[in-house]
Design a protein around this ligand. Structure first.
Ligand code: NAD
Length: 393
């Protein structure tokens, strides 16, 4: 099959196996060029391991610290007629690279919110390495089926309190336009917290603890985006921000609950980047295109893998990590500092249909977007016939 990108709105509906493998390899190469991660975890569970920040975490701990990794993801397997999802191919590529280096890797494809998935993963931990030292929670999902009631909850991306009108960039139509978002009602807020809040993170830790597979001094982290004034109305102070506040509650609860293990639980705040999850959020493609331009000019631009390497070395496994007032690890300072935000705000106020491509780094945004699906990567022959069916074991 010859595979070219099929883009529909904010998503690409296919993926390139060779390109995804090259994208994974680029991240492995970056990690292998960095100093080894000292004091690093050796047995790591990554929930949401196949794309974006979770994949970067898996790569960084495995190739930067020699960790054995178990990953959980929710991806579509390829068939002869249809490509798999990018996360499927990324996982296969990660397994191949791990095997070639003699690194243990095991992945589970299915619903991380379910009791069955938690039980399967625990059995694997017991069988293969007894306990885990680090549990990373990096899920981004629009829906969650409550494992006990079977009720399905949906998350919403809406402001809270009042309607909000702002600029956005329609990637389909190449158009900068106004967007008005009605405020969420209480049920929408509650459902978003159910899906993207801390409840499932806590359920994972509870299940792991009950099974006795959390190692003493184990660490856990979940990822958040905090942002600043420009994104607060649609993110930080919006439905998704309410869910992210619930992660702070969960982290504090877990710190108190597992003192016997000396468990460290952190919410880690990361910078805005193009991922499958963020490209679906209104306003984000415009905001990210603008920050890419500003941060590349400042020399402070980072991708997922750079952010996660710093999180591990300057945050989670640093001797005295800096925490914010809520006890979070902050890797987003290069984006959220006042000087950088002032530059972005000035561009934000000016940007319109006519000057968008001059003021914003949409080229950089779009190229990163394509890379998420294995497209646009130097050295990959996109006219070659490739077998879409790839598996991992
Ligand atoms: P992503 O879409 O790239 O990754 C999501 C992962 O979750 C994938 O591995 C996917 O397979 C997995 N997943 C989704 N539903 C699942 C399910 N039901 N069962 C098992 N696996 C499932 O997203 P991302 O942007 O890397 O986001 C990861 C975390 O980082 C999120 O909490 C997000 O809020 C946070 N974050 C993202 C950004 C950003 O700009 N992208 C910034 C800061 C924080």
């Amino acid at each position: 099959m010859v595979i070219h990108p099929k883009i529909r709105g904010f998503i690409c509906t296919n993926a390139h196996p060779v390109g995804c493998a090259a994208h994974v390899q680029q991240q492995i190469d970056f990690i292998q060029q960095q100093p080894k991660i000292e004091a690093a975890p050796q047995r790591v569970l990554v929930i949401g391991c196949s794309t974006g920040y979770g994949l970067a975490t898996r790569i960084a701990t495995a190739f930067g610290a020699g960790a054995k990794t178990i990953g959980v993801c929710f991806e579509k397997e390829p068939t002869e007629k249809r490509t798999g999802t990018a996360g499927w191919y990324n996982t296969a590529a990660f397994h191949d690279a791990a095997k070639a280096t003699g690194l243990y890797a095991k992945s589970f494809n299915g619903d991380a919110f379910s009791n069955e998935m938690k039980a399967e993963v625990i059995e694997q931990i017991k069988a293969d390495f007894g306990q885990v030292d680090l549990v990373v929670y990096s899920l981004a999902s629009p829906k969650r089926k409550d494992p006990n009631s079977d009720q399905v909850y949906s998350s919403t991306l809406k402001p809270v309190g009042q309607a909000y009108t702002t600029k956005t960039y329609d990637t389909d139509r190449d158009e900068v336009k106004e967007i008005s978002l009605e405020p969420a009602n209480d049920d929408e807020i509650a459902q978003t917290i159910k899906v993207m809040g801390g409840e499932d993170w806590e359920l994972w830790l509870d299940a792991l603890n009950q099974a006795g597979v959390l190692a003493p001094n184990c660490k856990t982290t979940a990822y958040t985006y905090i942002g600043k004034e420009l994104t607060w109305p649609i993110y930080g102070h919006a439905t998704i921000g309410k869910a992210k506040e619930d992660l702070d509650r969960a982290a504090a609860a877990m710190r108190a609950r597992y003192t016997n293990l000396n468990l460290e639980a952190y919410v880690s705040s990361l910078k805005a980047l193009v991922t499958q999850a963020s490209s679906a959020i209104p306003v984000m493609p415009l905001y990210i295109s603008l920050i890419y331009g500003v941060m590349k000019e400042e020399g402070t631009h980072e991708g997922c893998i750079e952010q996660i390497y710093r999180l591990l070395t300057e945050g989670l496994y640093a001797a005295n990590p800096k925490l914010d007032e809520a006890g979070r690890l902050r890797m987003d300072g290069k984006e959220t500092n006042d000087a950088t935000q002032a530059k972005i705000k000035a561009l934000w106020d000016q940007v319109n249909q006519d000057n968008f491509h001059q003021l914003a780094d949409y080229e950089g945004y779009h190229s990163d977007f394509l890379k998420l699906f294995g497209f646009g990567i130097a050295g990959v022959d996109y006219d070659a016939d490739v077998d879409p069916v790839v598996s991992w074991s």
